[in-house]
Every structure is written in structure tokens, then in C-alpha cells.
Design a protein around this ligand. Structure first.
Ligand code: HBI
Length: 95
């Protein structure tokens, strides 16, 4: 079982991942991206997909034309874990 984030770790998120917000109705973080067009959005998604494979940790995401919404939570933890934070940091490195 993967441990969920502690309260202290959650409090640190606002500084650690300023571009991300806590999801409304579940224990997850999300970030919205807007690109020049679909092609740019999909290219970004391809890079995120490769990161996800490398992390063995996969996003829940949606894409509408040039917009991508990524939500991260850990199934095996039943909520936010350090794996979500690590992947979010790596995704921020792409953006
Ligand atoms: N991705 N978001 C998320 N949560 C998981 O628990 C998870 C995953 N990708 C792969 C993965 N777990 C593997 O470790 C197996 O548990 C499927």
C-alpha cells in the first residue's frame, strides 16, 4: 500500500506546485494547459505519456482541441501520494 500525503506535505503543495490546484471532489491535484493548437497539445501529451511510463504512474486527463487537463492521484493509495508530486514536478519541467 502506498502512503497518502501527510497534512504537512499537502500544505507544502501551494509553494511546491503553484500551477496545480487541489481537485474539487476528490483527493487529487489538477492543472490545466492551453496550447497554440491541437498539434501542440497532442505533442505535449505524447511527452507526458513517456514521462508517465518512466514513472510507472499515469495521469487521468482530458484534451479538447488545444486544451489539456491533467489530474493526478494514486489508485494504490486511494488519493494523493508522493508519486503524484514527483510526476507533477516532472510535467512542470516540460511545460
Ligand atoms: N498510476 N495514477 C496511478 N496510480 C497508480 O496507483 C498506478 C499508476 N500507474 C501504474 C501503477 N499504479 C502500477 O504500480 C500498478 O499498480 C498498476
Amino acid at each position: 500500500m502506498i502512503p497518502r500525503l501527510t497534512d504537512a506535505e499537502r500544505a507544502a503543495l501551494v509553494d511546491l506546485l503553484p500551477e496545480w490546484s487541489l481537485a474539487k471532489d476528490r483527493d487529487a491535484i489538477e492543472r490545466r494547459f492551453a496550447f497554440a493548437d491541437f498539434s501542440e497539445a497532442f505533442a505535449f501529451m505524447t511527452r507526458v505519456a513517456l514521462l508517465a511510463e518512466k514513472h510507472d504512474h499515469h495521469p487521468e486527463w482530458s484534451n479538447v482541441y488545444n486544451r489539456v487537463t491533467i489530474l493526478l492521484s494514486t489508485h494504490d493509495a486511494g488519493g494523493l501520494s508522493a508519486r503524484d508530486i514527483r510526476l507533477a514536478e516532472a510535467i512542470d519541467g516540460l511545460a
